[in-house]
Design a protein around this ligand. Sequence first.
Ligand SMILES: [Zn+2]
Ligand SMILES: [Zn+2]
Length: 258
Amino acid sequence: MIAPDLFDTHAHLHFPEFAGDLDAVLARARAAGVRRMVTIGTDVATSRAAAALAQREPDVWAAVGIHPHEAADADEPALAEIERLAAAPRVVAIGETGLDFFRDRAPREAQTRAFRAQVALARRVGKPVLVHCRDAHAETLALLAADGALERGGIMHCFSGDLALARRCIELGLLVSLAGPVTYPKPGALPEVARMIPADRLVVETDCPFLPPQPHRGKRNEPAYLAITAARVAELRGEPLAELAARMSENARALFRL
Ligand SMILES: [Zn+2]
Ligand SMILES: [Zn+2]
């Protein structure tokens, strides 16, 4: 069987979980058909690491940003450094940024400030935004609905809402990204979202090392497992995996201009 053409739109390959065996992880990803990956920064240090990794690996690109959990550290110098890194070669997006009112690891006010600043930054540098959102959908979408906020589009990463919310994301110009949870025995509204979203608005991701798909739950996730998530989405849609995978990769390539 020829491996499908997969694009992992959200990974954290530069995290310490992969420090010991990244070459093997990348080799397994390539063997599973993952031809392109974006590795995502969550603060200044990891954004720097993401940009550096993307310069080393021909099929890895980077996003730079400050995660809502780290929003308390998103001061002027930190945001200036993110903007500087955004100009580095192979940095294709700003993120991850957004709002997380589920864990509330940073004050909500700080999260909102950091998110707004990064959406403005993305607009200035002409790159898409990678949005993280937990239990803060109304606030997140309101901020993104501001005039011109999403000039270059973006991705609602690890989508966790229902179909109405997915449609609202699409109206705003976002792609909807499905991750491991669509494979779980209790997937909530995700199967319906997977079925109903137009193919040209859909992408997939691992969010590795987090959120492994069903057969690997409780272990470290890695890009090779994207094939499992993509196969489940294709099954839900009743479409051949090869066709859907190619379509989703095309969506990601268009967004990131690759
Ligand atoms: Zn996230
Ligand atoms: Zn992430």
